[in-house]
Design a protein around this ligand. Structure first.
Ligand SMILES: Nc1nc2c(ncn2[C@@H]2O[C@H](COP(=O)(O)OP(=O)(O)O)[C@@H](O)[C@H]2O)c(=O)[nH]1
Ligand SMILES: [Mg+2]
Length: 185
């Protein structure tokens, strides 16, 4: 069975836990604890360790979905997971102050995945704040990473069809790059 490890990253409240819940075929394994940074984001609970879900694509392709903590003090977990990850879905809530800058900051933390074209961006919470649009993100990203194709989608993480499109786009990109075994060596 082919396997992919996909990371969901992005700031607190962007919809990582929701997206994994929406996509996962198994009951999501989640580690939520009380939010000690309530002065920053008013949410009763937040992910302090990991969310995990799984989805099977086609007949035999298992995708492992990991949600990584948004808070900076959990940077070390990103480092551990990014070594295993083949691709990343970055979720950014459009209602953050300067959300395009937030997207660039997160992409920078995952530079290797970005430069190999193994990342996609989902802009969430656009039903709450409409602007900026996805072109504003795409333009800033192509200026920061010339020659790199990073698709930008407008998504609602609660919407299964939308999240599936984002995931399939990423998986298709990863697979188009992997060399079939027969022609290796
Ligand atoms: N209105 C709206 N709510 C959203 C959207 N994306 C996520 N949410 C909500 O925002 C809250 C935080 O989402 P969560 O998945 O916990 O974010 P996480 O911190 O990235 O894991 C949840 O109540 C979600 O239902 C969106 O696009 N629109
Ligand atoms: Mg979460």
């Amino acid at each position: 069975m082919a396997e992919h490890v996909i990371l969901f990253s992005g700031p607190m409240g962007a919809g990582k836990t929701t997206a994994i819940q929406t996509l996962s075929e198994i009951e999501m394994v989640s580690t939520e604890a009380s939010n000690t940074e309530r002065h920053i984001v008013d949410k009763a609970t937040t992910t302090v360790a990991l969310d995990y879900g799984e989805i099977t694509l086609g007949l035999d392709e298992k995708v492992r979905l990991y949600g990584v903590p948004g808070q900076k003090r959990f940077d070390f977990m990103w480092t551990i997971l990014k070594e295993r990850a083949r691709g990343m879905i970055l979720l950014v809530g459009n209602d953050a102050p300067d959300p395009v800058a937030v997207a660039l900051e997160y992409l920078e933390s995952f530079r290797e995945l970005v430069e190999s074209g193994s990342a996609v961006v989902g802009v969430s919470r656009r039903d709450i704040v409409r602007a900026p649009n996805t072109d504003a993100y795409a333009d800033a990203i192509s200026a920061a990473y010339p020659g790199t194709m990073i698709p930008v989608f407008s998504v609602d993480p609660r919407n299964k069809a939308q999240m599936t499109t984002v995931l399939l786009t990423l998986v298709a990109t990863l697979e188009s790059r992997s060399v079939p075994e027969e022609v290796q060596s």
